[in-house]
Design a protein around this ligand. Structure first.
Ligand SMILES: O=C(O)CCC(=O)C(=O)O
Ligand SMILES: [Fe+2]
Length: 343
């Protein structure tokens, strides 16, 4: 008999095999302070094409920002469930906050989460109805305890936005585009930060911290602690490989929107999180997302007659809201994906 609730149990094909666990040495490690700028752009282009994932060092974010945030996150997740539920997510009017019931591909994730948006408030759609463009204001829910969490979260988010916009300039240049090519998409950006706590798990062979998925936004800047558990599906052979924790490094992965913008020249890559029976693990992803009214479509510069657009335009805000609603529950149907807009 499994020791975890049946809702957490992955289909056999998705179960991790701890004895086969590999660590990828191939994931590129990029030094953002490297003096040769052309080489930096070329390394980024290479990493985006080959992996869709890379780690960065010398990125300029002071390490204390993350240390303070992680310490406060630890205090928060160690509060009683009743206390944490005072800032619970729920429904279209409370999109941010705490929850422990997320499902990826209809299987419950072994994790607890606290979400907050960078912009306060964040402009979004009020309804899932395609024809209704009424605006909603997403508000963050800050817990009373620990009192420092709010300030540390906000400080951290500011750093992440600056770093993400710098990375996006490098990504644009790696595609031969002007550095500011993507800037206009972020005027009212809907970016968010997630504090993830993965408790130790009695059946790490049956459950996953996060099931296999691709990030729907533009790009993700992930901080992981020294426990490890993030795995990437290697593009060359489809093998799951672990991303080794590197002190003070951030992991960057491309999201679905960059895949669509580049018309599949760059691809967002599937990843998942394995848990372990001994240690709890913390991670902090920052998701860079465009303004809610953005119509996502392949860039003109990335398409021409022999190479037409591979995706029909879709509305980011509606897509995001649909995802947010459906990740709450076990659905009868597959969650919305960019493949649904493939021409
Ligand atoms: O915790 C991690 O390492 C990754 C989390 C993740 O992939 C996500 O939240 O989208
Ligand atoms: Fe992810």
């Amino acid at each position: 008999m499994a020791e975890v609730d049946v809702a957490f149990i992955q289909e056999p094909v998705h179960r991790p095999n701890p004895s086969l666990r590999q660590e990828a040495d191939g994931i590129p490690l990029i030094d953002l302070s490297a003096p040769d700028f052309d080489a930096l752009i070329s390394d980024i282009g290479h990493a985006c094409r080959q992996w869709g994932f890379f780690q960065i060092i010398n990125h300029g974010v002071p390490p204390e920002r993350l240390q303070k945030l992680e310490a406060a996150a630890r205090k928060f997740f160690h509060l009683s469930l009743d206390e944490k539920r005072k800032v619970s997510r729920g429904g279209l009017d409370k999109v941010m906050g705490y929850y422990n019931t997320e499902h990826t591909k209809n299987v419950r994730d072994w994790k607890e989460v606290f979400d907050y948006t960078v912009k306060e408030p964040t402009l979004a759609y009020a309804s899932l109805d395609e024809d209704d463009d009424t605006v909603a204001y997403w508000e963050n829910q800050w817990p009373e305890n620990p009192p420092e969490l709010r300030e540390f979260c906000q400080e951290y988010a500011t750093e992440m936005v600056a770093l993400a916009m710098r990375l996006l300039e490098l990504v644009a240049m790696s595609l031969g585009l002007p550095p500011g090519r993507f800037e206009d998409f972020f005027k009212d950006h809907t970016s968010m930060v997630r504090l993830n706590c993965y408790p130790s798990c009695p059946s790490p062979d049956l459950a996953l911290g996060v099931g296999p998925h691709k990030d729907p936004g533009v790009l993700t800047i992930l901080a992981q602690d020294d426990v490890g558990g993030l795995e990437v599906k290697r593009k060359s052979d489809g093998q799951w490989v672990g991303v080794k924790p590197v002190p003070n490094a951030y992991i960057i992965n491309l999201g679905d929107i960059l895949q669509v913008w580049t018309n599949d020249v760059y691809e967002s890559v599937e990843h998942r999180v394995v848990v372990n029976s001994v240690k709890e693990r913390y991670s902090v992803p920052f998701f860079l997302n465009p303004s809610h009214y953005t119509m996502v479509a392949p860039l003109e510069e990335m398409t021409d007659e022999p190479n037409p657009a591979k995706y029909a335009p879709y509305n980011w805000g509606k897509f995001q809201l649909t995802r947010k609603q459906s990740n709450f529950m076990k659905l009868q149907v597959e969650n919305i994906q960019i493949s649904h807009f493939k021409n």
